[in-house]
Design a binder for this molecule. Structure first.
Ligand code: NAP
Ligand code: F7E
Length: 328
């Protein structure tokens, strides 16, 4: 039975990846940080087969203990401070967790592996946010990185450190440059979930309007369940490498709003959305669209959920959740 260690198991991707790996017969260990972390219960309820180990990406010795307990064949480093807007307010903390945390996890993997440095396969959760002020459209593995946020800068550090460990030590280390991926498990601070939840609440009479920032930003949005499959495929490849994972379509926040409100029978949302400068960012990533040709051809990966299906799935899940909460 193969064994996997997932950092960030309490997050959106961690939950989907744990489900995927358990379904494939893996023994799955999930790293949970902090004392009495409330999300531990979420993992235990939603993915009961996961074995919890405690540790923090900023604490190398805790990661080495986690490696010894899990004795993994595969490490998926998904843990990060992942909210871009927050990263300006907490730039140093973001650098320590999202950037240096990668080095700690690589180092824990290297030290655990001993003489056989290709023994443990390593996945790093890199991000399209690294492309920032895009230098090419669409963006591929060869596109120059130009991050626009402290989060993006930290991800660039982790990305190059992963490549460096592959090249320096011959580790099977892969970096997935994943474009935005969403789901009903997405944190409510991210724009897609913020909208799907608000649309559900507005349609049920629980909320009057929604305040948003830049409605003209464009993202290449896919479904998180499809993207964790790409992570797994990377670690089954004969050698570590870097791959862009994206749908190849881009949509604006306005298009997301159109589909989300239409799902609850509202065609004109202009009076229900308030543009609030508090949600503007010091520097914006205006247009992300990925070229996932390499993942398609070398890994056989294909996204399964379309943009309208994704929006509909999220609104429907929030309608169910809000109805259940209101009925309590
Ligand atoms: P998420 O829901 O925000 O999950 C982040 C995870 O990191 C949580 O489990 C969190 O634990 C954990 N974490 C935070 N600080 C930590 C620390 N000091 N030590 C250990 N764990 C810590 O993020 P996601 O959407 O699942 O994304 C997974 C990864 O992919 C992240 O690295 C993200 O940056 C990257 N990524 C995401 C996207 C996307 O569109 N979703 C795209 C590209 C890359 P707590 O629950 O305890 O806070
Ligand atoms: O913003 C605009 C905002 O916070 C998307 C993370 O998973 O994907 C995610 O980062 C866009 C931005 O995601 C609001 O200005 C408008 O242009 O949902 P988001 P993100 O910043 O793209 C990347 C790939 C990651 O790696 C990250 O970890 O939406 N926007 N109004 C808003 N965004 C938010 N959050 N809230 C608003 O009210």
């Amino acid at each position: 039975m193969p064994r996997a260690l997932i950092t960030g198991v309490t997050g959106q991707d961690g939950l989907y990846l744990a489900e995927l790996l358990l379904g494939k017969g893996y023994e799955v260990f999930g790293l949970v940080r902090g004392q009495n972390n409330p999300k531990r219960e979420l993992v235990e309820q939603q993915v009961p087969g996961v074995q919890i180990v405690t540790g923090d990406l900023t604490d190398l010795s805790s990661l080495m203990r986690a490696m010894t307990t899990a004795a993994p064949d595969e490490v998926y480093n998904l843990g990060a401070i992942s909210f871009v807007a927050y990263s300006w307010e907490n730039a140093r903390l973001t650098s320590e967790v999202t950037g240096l945390g990668v080095l700690n996890m690589l180092e824990a993997t290297r030290l655990y592996s001993g003489d056989d440095l290709s023994r443990v396969r390593f996945y790093q959760a890199s991000s399209s946010e690294m492309f920032g002020k895009v230098q090419q459209v669409p963006q591929s593995e060869a596109t120059l990185l130009w991050p626009r946020s402290p989060y993006g800068v930290a991800k660039v550090y982790g990305h190059y450190m992963t490549i460096n460990y592959r090249e320096s030590y011959g580790m099977h280390a892969s970096s997935g440059i994943l474009f935005n991926h969403e789901s009903p498990r997405r944190g409510p601070e991210f724009v897609t979930r913020k909208i799907s939840r608000a649309v559900a609440r507005i349609s049920l009479g629980l909320q009057d309007s929604i305040s948003l920032g830049n409605l003209d930003a464009k993202r290449d949005w896919g479904f998180a369940g499809d993207y964790v499959d790409a992570m797994w495929r990377m670690l089954q490849a004969p050698a570590g490498d870097d791959y862009v994972v994206a749908t190849g379509e881009t949509h604006s926040i306005r298009e997301y709003l159109d589909i989300a409100f239409a799902r609850v029978g509202i065609d004109d949302w202009s009076d229900l959305v308030v543009v609030d400068p508090r949600f503007f960012r010091p520097a914006e990533v205006d247009l992300l669209i990925g070229d996932a040709t390499k993942a398609r051809t070398e890994l056989g990966w294909e996204p399964q959920v379309s943009f309208p299906e994704l929006v509909t799935m999220m609104v429907d899940a929030d309608l169910d959740e809000q109805r259940a909460l209101a009925g309590r």
